[in-house]
Ligand binder design. Sequence first.
Ligand code: CUA
Length: 343
Amino acid sequence: MSSLCNKHPYRRTPGILLGSGLAIVLSSMLSGCSGAPSVLSPASPQGSQIAGLFWGVFAVAAVIFIGVETVLIYSIIRFRQRPDSPQPPQIHGHWTLETAWTLAPALILAGVFVATASTMVAVTERQQSPLRVLVTGHQWFWQIEYPDLNIVTATDLHVPADYPVEIEVVSADVIHSFWAPQLAGKIDVIPGHSNFLRFTPNQPGVYRGQCAEFCGAQHANMGFEVVVDSSETFDNWVKEMQTVPEVPTTGPAARGAQVFVSTSPCFTCHTIQGTRAQAKIGPDLTHFASRRTIAALTLENTPENLATWLEDPQAVKPHNKMVIPPLRQDAIQDLVAYLETLK
Ligand code: CUA
């Protein structure tokens, strides 16, 4: 190795540099994608149509790329200058060739346009009596309502498998974008205007979703999850969500309930059905303990993480709207005990 490098120090270096550069770029691209939800592993017919469109356009682009590069590399080698090369023939232009390479891309692009437009029409098609969900984007969480079921929650969007879903999206503040890559296309979430997204999930599972439009400091922590349940599990979930939890009457949970409805930033921002807390600035906490995460996927929903959050929400998710005076440790423990009863 060292003798080779010493003999040809300048010839080896560009190859090594190029090779390692490519390796770094490729590995960082691939590692960035590992574990991320992909449009290419769809879980609904609409998702499959979008993935199909991607592969179709990719195939066309790949054929063109290989064709153009083959001709290019052939020309570079075949027509390279040699020491005794004569002057090449000088031409003005080539009508047939120029017409062909103008028409061919135009036709290919027209084909891509038709495929794209027909996919867009297909994935937005209205379905018969869908499950209606109203999703409202807030800085920085997703409020999720089922107007026909009288349910309000946040972050976890439960839907039954093999049943059409129609999601209406609106924003409470700035422009967001609602995107669950495996289930449906991306849709802008605009203040004062409703947009619609339709899909029929066909595999039970949990599908990561994300705000896909920069919307401020915590844009990256504006996640959600689509939980696709079997129809039986979904029905049970609906029943649980429609039940107003009882307010605990003894122990730390009862003290926590008292803290919640008497401490100004709690009940003046959140709703807990069955209590005087009916505000709509922060997420509805009526069934907080049934959710998988805290603060839109920022933390897993465990008592320890909830205590960390209540100690200093600004340290966990800077600039979020939960600006509260420091709570006493015993108040935090009581609030955790209470909130964990809200199944
Ligand atoms: Cu909401 Cu980005």
